[in-house]
Design a protein around this ligand. Structure first.
Ligand SMILES: Nc1ncnc2c1ncn2[C@@H]1O[C@H](COP(=O)(O)OP(=O)(O)OP(=O)(O)O)[C@@H](O)[C@H]1O
Length: 248
């Protein structure tokens, strides 16, 4: 297991948003989090790189381990966020050039050599399958790209600091079907090297690309299994009701 969440409970003030969460995320696999709106998928995703630390009134009990190290006790938060990158629902490139977007992370980690940065930028853009679209316009603003290109750029930006885990929060929900397919293909390619955890509202997407799926409801994980099993022979009635479209 790359990540293990043990007996985790999370509260936003008095609101109990995650209840007794226990889940192991397998290395170099795609794990999908599905479930109706507001059931805690993003909250758990954001906990894995401690983004909830930024939320006032957020209290967490229990533990999360990355390669056996407790992320709340044993790891520096900056190092954790280098190892666990994140891509958000809406592409959010910085208002700067394509090159500078990708070089941003490596620069903040102290890399100054132009040759080294050039290599990292090219490799990251290639790995995010967007080198061909960008190689002749690296100095142009990232904001001039299409939404789908911007999302792949954001993935390149996340890859540039050589993370081990990539958290993706509904990465295709703002994209058209063609860009969505590109991101899905990319995720399947990236799992050779990275552990991917993806929140998705799209059950077809979870079925197409993920190895394991967790079904969330009202802050609990109702069922967690191999994706094909979860969708073909769900063991909980609530999972069955959700995947057959009876609610949510
Ligand atoms: N910063 C916050 N302060 C207070 N409550 C919050 C905060 N963030 C989330 N919540 C609440 O926690 C619950 C879980 O939210 P979360 O965003 O994790 O759900 P989700 O399953 O990802 O939903 P969606 O699919 O709509 O993104 C919701 O009821 C939400 O209103």
């Amino acid at each position: 297991m790359k990540i293990e969440v043990k007996d985790m409970n999370l509260y936003y003030g008095d609101f109990h948003a995650l209840k007794d969460i226990n889940i192991g995320i397998e290395e170099k696999k795609i794990t999908a989090f599905i479930g109706p709106s507001g059931c805690g998928k993003s909250t758990l995703l954001k906990s894995i790189n401690r983004m909830n630390d930024l939320v006032e009134n957020c209290r967490i009990k229990g533990d999360i381990f990355l390669d056996g190290e407790n992320i709340y006790k044993d790891l520096d938060v900056n190092l954790l966020r280098k190892r666990v990158g994140m891509v958000f629902q809406k592409p959010n490139p910085f208002p700067m050039s394509i090159y500078d977007n990708v070089a941003y992370g490596p620069r903040t980690h102290g890399i100054k050599s132009k040759a080294m940065l050039d290599d990292i930028v090219e490799k990251s853009l290639r790995d995010a399958a967007i080198w061909e679209d960008t190689k002749d316009r690296l100095k142009k603003s990232a904001l001039g790209m299409s939404g789908g290109q911007q999302q792949r750029l954001c993935i390149a930006r996340a890859l540039a600091v050589q993370p081990e885990v990539l958290l993706m929060d509904e990465p295709t929900s703002a994209l058209d079907p063609i860009s969505t397919t590109k991101i899905e293909d990319l995720a399947m390619e990236l799992k050779k090297d990275y552990t991917i955890v993806m929140v998705t509202h799209n059950m077809q997407q979870a079925l197409r690309i993920s190895d394991n799926t967790a079904f969330f409801l009202l802050g609990e994980i109702v069922e967690y299994n191999d994706t094909e099993k979860l969708f073909s022979i769900p063991s909980d009635q609530r999972t069955e009701d959700y995947i057959t479209g009876r609610f949510g």
